[in-house]
Every structure is written in C-alpha cells, then in structure tokens.
Write a protein that binds this ligand. Structure first.
Ligand SMILES: CC(C)(COP(=O)(O)OP(=O)(O)OC[C@H]1O[C@@H](n2cnc3c(N)ncnc32)[C@H](O)[C@@H]1OP(=O)(O)O)[C@@H](O)C(=O)NCCC(=O)NCCS
Length: 208
C-alpha cells in the first residue's frame, strides 16, 4: 500500500465498516488516517487488487508502535481533522455516543500539540487494549463485498504476518466487536486464538 492507494482504501473502509466511529468521520478523515500508515517504519500495510480490473479487493493495516503512529497522525493533521471531529460531534449521535471511549486519543492529540507534553498520553491503538498487552497490532482488515469468501483476506493477512516476522516480531494482537461473527470465524480459521472476551469485544493473538 502506498499513499496513492489511500483514496481507494478510504472508500473500501466506508463500504466495509458501516456504522463504525471512524466511518462517521467521513472520507477526508479516512484518507488521512490511512495515509499515516505509509509514513512509519513501524507501521505495516498491504492492499490486494483484482488483476483484471485493478479494483481494490482487500487491505490490512497495523503497527508495532501505536504511540508514535497516533502522535504523528494528530500532529500532522490536527488543523484538518479538528473541525471535522467537532462538526461530527455536534451533528452525529453515533460520534457523540462513542466519544467517551476515545478519550485516550483526545489526550494523545492534545499531548502531540503542546510542547513538552508529547509523551504524556498513552493511546490504546484500537481503543480497547484491556484484553491484550501485545504491542504489535493488526488495526484494520477488510475485504470489499464482491471479494468476500475469495481467500483474499487470508492472503493479505499472511502477507502482513510475513512482514512482521521479517522485522523480528514474535506475536501480534487484535480486537474485534463481539457481534462481528464473520470476522471472528475468519480469525479462528486462520489460526488466531482468543485471549480475552468481554461484552465490549473479543481479543485475539497469534504467534508469528
Ligand atoms: C472480516 C473479513 C475481512 C473476512 O474476509 P472474508 O473474505 O469474509 O473471509 P472468509 O470468507 O475467508 O472467512 C470468513 C468465514 O466466516 C464464515 N462466515 C460467513 N458469514 C458468517 C456469519 N454470519 N457468522 C459466522 N461465520 C460466518 C464463512 O463461511 C467463512 O468460513 P469458511 O471459509 O470456513 O466457510 C471480511 O468479512 C470483511 O471485510 N468484513 C467487514 C470488515 C470487518 O469486519 N473487518 C474486521 C474488523 S476486526
């Protein structure tokens, strides 16, 4: 995945994560969100495209250093994303309802902007790290609806894991909403193990 892919990745995100918090923040936010994964040696990203049409079929992103990733994201994008977040907060009930879960991100965003306080906040990479202390995280994987069930999810997942392995990482974690049965079945099928369950989610980890 390069920055040239981020328009398509943002569109795919909107198609695949309907109703999620980030989706409510809209395409400009999402483009910038995904572009950040192309900027850090500690971030990992893969896209798969259909050979015949070049349509985006799947993507996966993750990081081994969420603090650096998100601090840099907020510092670089604050002027653009702050008005978006404020507007959506007042106009979108879902954003308002889920905002409290994002307070760690608000602290990191403020810390990234104020000199001398940059390392104070500690962000939970996916707002839900209660179930996993694994610093290497898969943050988002999606297959566009027409390519579901094709095996491309396993292919991009394997590619992502190979990249982590090559960099010497030994274990990777993720979390998923408890009602996302298809994703849960997929993770189990490709060797992820449940490490924690709660009403807020399922946490998985995998040896590399
Ligand atoms: C999660 C996702 C990446 C998996 O890709 P996929 O192509 O659907 O995955 P696969 O078809 O290879 O595997 C899914 C498995 O779940 C099964 N499944 C399908 N619907 C299901 C359901 N409603 N409940 C339980 N299992 C289900 C499938 O049969 C398949 O298992 P099988 O190969 O043994 O038959 C894809 O569904 C997706 O993009 N979902 C939306 C975004 C998302 O939720 N991402 C994960 C967030 S953590």
């Amino acid at each position: 995945m390069t920055e040239a892919d981020t328009d398509d990745v943002a569109r795919a995100h909107q198609a695949c994560f309907e109703g999620y918090f980030l989706t409510q923040l809209g395409p400009t936010f999402l483009r910038r969100y995904y572009a950040e994964f192309c900027r850090h040696a500690s971030d990992y990203r893969v896209v798969a495209r259909c050979r015949a049409t070049q349509h985006l079929a799947a993507f996966v992103v993750g990081t081994s250093d969420a603090q650096t990733h998100f601090r840099s994201f907020y510092r670089r994008n604050m002027l653009v994303i702050l008005p978006i977040v404020v507007l959506r907060f007042f106009t979108n009930r879902l954003v308002r309802g889920k905002f409290r879960q994002r307070m760690a991100h608000v602290k990191v965003a403020l810390g990234a902007l104020l000199p001398g306080t940059g390392r104070r906040g500690r962000v939970s990479p996916d707002n839900s790290d209660r179930g996993s202390h694994c610093p290497v995280r898969l943050l988002s994987i999606a297959v566009t609806p027409e390519f579901r069930g094709s095996g491309v999810a396993a292919a991009v997942g394997a590619c992502f894991e190979d990249m982590l392995r090559r960099d010497g990482h030994k274990r990777v974690g993720l979390s998923v909403l408890p009602d996302n049965q298809r994703a849960i079945s997929f993770y189990k099928k490709v060797g992820w193990e449940v490490t924690h369950r709660s009403p807020a989610g399922r946490w998985f980890e995998k040896d590399l």
